[in-house]
Design a protein around this ligand. Structure first.
Ligand code: TXE
Length: 540
């Protein structure tokens, strides 16, 4: 079912200051001066100068600095996790694992593997290679990348894009979410701490208006003036605006726009683990994760037991401040998010859904706490099953069989990730094929995002392009084909000097290479040999 194209609100005006708030208390914990739009041309000019120098630095040296970055991240890991928790509200264990560790691991991975991943690649030739030539694909940096980031993983999302970007020889201008400017500032700081050249990774602070201005400044007719590519992570509505602005300027963009991930529970699933995965996968980071579990389809035969277990597990969860080590679930980031989740729940209930547990505010804990909800009797007429929820809600739908589960899972404009739970691993893998998603996990949820080699990204409303792994790295480079001919003195047979003999030779050549039967190919070869020499160098 298609999600109607919601028009994005216009990017808000750029304020003078950004306030970083603790979402658990609503208290302002830090203030940052916003970057004036008028400062952007100079920032980008510096970024382009830094990039040109950086691209000349040998790849091994770039990777050595990435190793230093890893060490800085390791040394500052506790402090970084604290800031992520205080600014985004997530439990500190999640901040450590899903923000700090992921960035650390990415630095380690690219420091070690980038030389191999970016090595010029020999291209084995299919037919023209017989003409005495060799080819390679070289990977060149894009230039200056504009990274526009969200607030839900305010450290690991930008770091996961910037680390491979600089490994590949790019410079970056990061605009973090206006809701998490502190984490954004720390991204710039750790690169500076590691000794990366000045202006290679710059952070600009501001609202959506600043992100829009970064793109407005750019264009193929203005090389060196703005971004050469945009890496955007955020909502569908804003993604559409970014894509339109980029298209007008012929700038490529990568879009990671969230998901509506389905979890399929088959009758032979390891039920206890499937329920635990559904609850964790749906509620981690208070459900504000692009690859969180947003819909469950469970086979009738095990549905009662599965639902009961999910409710039981949900009842045991503890809400609180993320800095309390006992906290399982923190607050939502913003009142806006809370209202969005409540509206989806109200719509679902009005259409016949039943909330089995949760779904109510907890003002006693703080202004933005919502009890995690398990909802059943859901169907696809409900916003809860169509729109990205980005809140702690686990909607469960009973299905006849696996085929119906797949059909319903695919009935979404989003296509980011999915998971299948079954003891039959082979069947699980087979079911991955018909599922419309960028990643399918069998008997696990979400953890593929932490596998450096695994590409992450979706299709449809989930966006386009990939981050992470080799495919993610290739988004950050221009592939350049380089061809070397070893017969420099030999004029090619297909150059000028066209005549009847050359035409016949060309016909034999095509037949020799591509005629369907061996007999035809031999006949063509004999014909061609009989015509030799059909061309003498330099002679018509
Ligand atoms: O996102 P926005 P918001 C989804 C999730 C959430 C919804 C809204 O469903 O409820 O989006 O979140 C910058 N040109 N995701 O409002 O507006 C903005 O300043 C350029 C999914 O926070 O998309 C911020 O830095 N940039 C998602 C970034 O875009 C603009 C993660 C994202 O903000 C801009 C977060 C413009 N015109 C939310 N307008 C995921 N994929 O995981 C805003 N921005």
């Amino acid at each position: 079912m298609a999600v109607p194209a919601a028009p994005a609100p216009p990017a808000t005006e750029q304020p003078e200051f950004l306030e970083s708030c603790d979402p658990a208390t609503g208290d302002v914990i830090a203030r940052f001066r916003a970057t004036p739009v008028a400062a952007l041309p100079e920032i980008f000019a510096r970024a382009h100068r830094a990039q040109q120098a950086w691209a000349k630095v040998p790849l091994r040296e770039r990777c050595r600095l990435l190793g230093r970055l890893r060490d800085v991240l390791f040394d500052r890991r506790g402090e970084l996790a604290d800031v992520v928790t205080r600014e985004s509200g997530k439990p500190r264990v999640e901040a450590l694992l899903t923000d700090v560790f992921l960035a650390l691991d990415a630095a380690d991975y690219y420091a070690r593997r980038a030389p191999q991943l970016l090595r010029p690649e020999r291209v084995p030739h299919h037919s023209l290679g017989a003409q005495g030539k060799r080819g390679w694909v070289h990977y060149e940096p894009f230039g200056v990348l504009g990274v526009i980031s969200p607030w839900n993983y305010p450290f690991s999302i930008p770091m996961g894009q910037i680390i491979p970007a600089v490994a590949a020889g790019n410079a970056v201008v990061l605009k973090p979410s206006e809701l998490t400017p502190w984490c954004g500032a720390l991204v710039g700081e750790v690169f500076a701490n590691a000794g990366f050249p000045a202006d290679l990774v710059q952070v600009v602070q501001g609202s959506g208006a600043l992100g829009a201005a970064m793109i407005e400044l750019s264009g193929t007719d203005r090389p060196g003036a703005g971004v050469d590519k945009v890496l955007f992570t955020g909502s569908v509505a804003t993604g559409r605006r970014v894509a339109q602005a980029c298209a007008q300027r012929l700038i490529p963009c990568l879009l990671e726009l969230g998901g509506k991930d389905a979890l399929l529970v088959l009758a032979d699933a390891p039920l206890e683990n499937a329920a635990r995965a559904a609850v964790w996968g749906s509620f981690m980071n208070c459900g504000q994760t692009c690859i969180s579990v947003e819909r469950v389809y469970v086979e009738d035969a095990v549905a009662d037991r599965f639902i009961a277990r999910c409710v039981e597990l949900t009842r045991q969860l503890r809400l609180g401040h993320g800095l309390d080590p006992q906290t399982d679930i923190g607050p939502l980031i913003h009142e806006r998010q809370l209202e969005k989740v409540e509206a989806q729940l109200q719509d679902a209930v009005a259409r016949g859904a039943r909330i089995l547990i949760g779904g109510v505010r907890r003002p006693d804990l703080g202004p933005r706490f919502l009890e995690p909800a398990v909802v059943e009797r859901v169907d696809h007429s409900m916003r809860l099953m169509q729109e990205e929820t980005f809140g702690p809600v686990l909607p469960i739908c009973r299905v006849r069989d696996a085929e119906q589960a797949v059909a319903l899972a695919n009935d979404s404009s989003f296509a980011l990730a999915a998971s299948v739970w079954t003891r039959d691993r082979r069947r699980g893998r087979q079911l991955a094929a018909p599922l419309r998603a960028g990643a399918v996990m069998v008997n696990d949820v979400a953890s593929y995002y932490g596998i450096c080699e695994a590409p992450h990204g979706g299709r449809g409303a989930s966006g386009w392009g990939r981050t992470h792994g080799r495919l993610g790295l290739l988004e950050l480079v221009h592939p350049k084909y380089v061809d070397v001919d070893y017969l420099s003195w030999w004029p090619k047979a297909w150059w000028y000097g066209y005549n009847q003999t050359l035409l016949l030779a060309a016909e034999r050549f095509v037949e020799f290479l591509l005629a369907p039967t061996r007999q035809q190919r031999w006949r063509a070869a004999r014909g061609a040999l009989a015509m030799l020499p059909f061309r003498r160098p330099g002679v018509r």
